[in-house]
Design a binder for this molecule. Structure first.
Ligand code: 5AD
Ligand code: SF4
Length: 436
């Protein structure tokens, strides 16, 4: 690996925070004078920005590395980044030919690591330094209409199934001023909507101010039309944040609030520190503040010890809440987490069947929520081209994808009447607002 790479390609897996990190790594490479390659096959440097949250994470990385080998026996420089790098980077470097291993808290050092690797040998950095990486990242240049902004990282909650406290470290909030500056830079670079990201985004705080104070500050940025945030923990859902949903017009009517299970017994074993009822009461308060809010959640089925009754409790919670959208996963034991040592594993075929039933229930709820949107007039932020000529796809305030034919441009916000609904998207027609 004698010559320094001239082109790069970043491939991100996993959550939105990884997408954000991937973009920032790309910006770092661009600042070094490297240009982006169309795909991994033609790049001099490939960054695999990995996710460790569920099963086969490490195997997936090995197979991605294998796929980078070219017919002529050569391969690009390979950097393994992200959460698998943090958890198992040294082991990967022992078993596979990679050049750089860099954890999620150290990727600001990527250019140095790449230079070091170009001279030969492995360059590894999985430190979790006290000083944040963010200060060392270049400013944002061009972004799409909807941009991510990481405001908080890490987790102190230690749910028994989860690797995040180990891969992303303790809860850290980025400074208020740095976030506001980055938000302004994103708006200058073309963003109309910003989604604030954090593993526990609603745990963001500075000097006693919470996420609601940050949202209120961002609301004052000229040109920023929409604010969203994800992912939240029920216990950090303060009244101030709930009130913001009633009062801040740019804060979109959407809340992703994972619950994981509808059974108190399982919630306890998961160390979730909230109950089914306390979760439902939070949603009551959220709905009182913003009656049209779209709710979303995460669920795990097949957690150790989950009985048929526990699972029925999850199904009944889904029916009670009426989610607009939700993610559901089969429990996957993660090495090093407390649940990985628990007895009473649920048989795979039982977990599979539960996952199917849960996904069907969630899908029905989503279809009902979408069907309920027909006839609604709402603003759509246009984000990308559709497949048909003249067609653009945008997002409703409730995060639904909406297809429409329009002369407007990507990045515009148009008023649309929803005409039809499918399970995963809506179709609408543009309406010009007539003066009253
Ligand atoms: N197994 C299955 N799903 C998991 N999640 C987190 N850890 C695991 C695991 N070990 C799910 C949770 C979380 C989402 C990001 O991933 O539902 O909210
Ligand atoms: Fe995956 Fe969690 Fe890391 Fe995101 S933070 S990439 S979900 S392991």
């Amino acid at each position: 690996m004698a010559t320094p790479p001239k082109t790069y390609h970043v491939k991100s897996f996993g959550c939105q925070m990884n997408v954000y990190d991937g973009e920032r790594m790309g910006e770092l490479m661009a600042r070094q004078g490297m240009s982006v390659a169309d795909d991994a096959a033609s790049a001099d440097l490939v960054v695999l920005n990995t996710c460790h949250i569920r099963e086969k994470a490490t195997e997936k990385v090995y197979s991605e590395i294998g796929r980078l080998r070219r017919d002529d026996g050569t391969r690009p420089m390979i950097a393994v980044a992200g959460c698998v790098a943090q958890a198992e980077g040294a082991e990967i470097a022992r078993r596979a030919k990679v050049d750089v291993v860099v954890g999620p808290q150290a990727y600001h050092n990527l250019p140095d690591l790449v230079s070091k690797a170009a001279k030969g040998g492995l360059a590894l950095d999985t430190d979790m330094p006290a000083a944040s990486k963010f200060g060392a990242l270049p400013s944002r240049r061009r972004v799409g209409p909807s941009a991510f902004l990481t405001v908080q990282e890490g987790c102190d909650k230690f749910c028994t199934y989860c690797v995040v406290p180990y891969t992303r470290g303790a809860e850290v909030s980025r400074p208020f001023d740095a976030i506001v500056d980055e938000a302004k830079a994103l708006v200058d670079a073309g963003a109309k909507e910003i989604t604030l990201l954090g593993q526990n985004v609603n745990a963001w705080e500075e000097d006693g101010r919470g996420l609601d104070a940050l949202i209120r500050a961002l609301d004052r940025i000229e040109g920023l039309a929409r604010i969203r945030y994800t992912t939240s923990h029920p216990n950090d859902m303060t009244q101030g944040l709930i009130d913001a949903h009633a009062q801040v017009e740019t804060l979109m009517p959407y809340l992703h609030l994972p619950v994981q299970s509808g059974s108190d017994r399982i919630l306890k074993a998961m160390n979730r520190s909230h109950s089914r009822d306390s979760y439902l009461r939070i949603l009551d308060r959220v709905r009182a503040a913003r009656p049209d809010i779209a709710l979303s959640g995460d669920f795990i089925v097949g957690f150790p010890g989950e009985t048929d009754q526990d699972f029925e409790d999850t199904l009944s919670l889904v029916a009670d809440v009426g989610y607009a959208h939700a993610f559901s996963f089969k429990y996957s034991p993660r090495p090093g987490t407390p649940a990985a040592d628990m007895d009473d594993a649920v048989e795979a075929h039982v977990a599979d069947e539960r996952l199917q039933r849960l996904q069907a229930a969630i899908g029905e709820g989503q279809a009902a929520f979408n069907a309920h949107s027909v006839g609604r007039r709402c603003e759509i932020l246009l984000e990308r081209k559709g497949r048909r000529p003249g067609q653009l796809i945008g997002k409703s305030p409730w995060l639904q994808s909406v297809h429409l034919v329009t002369d407007a441009a990507i990045g515009d916000i148009v008023t649309v009447e929803i005409e039809s609904a499918g399970p995963n998207s809506l179709a609408g027609v543009e309406r010009v607002r007539t003066a009253a």
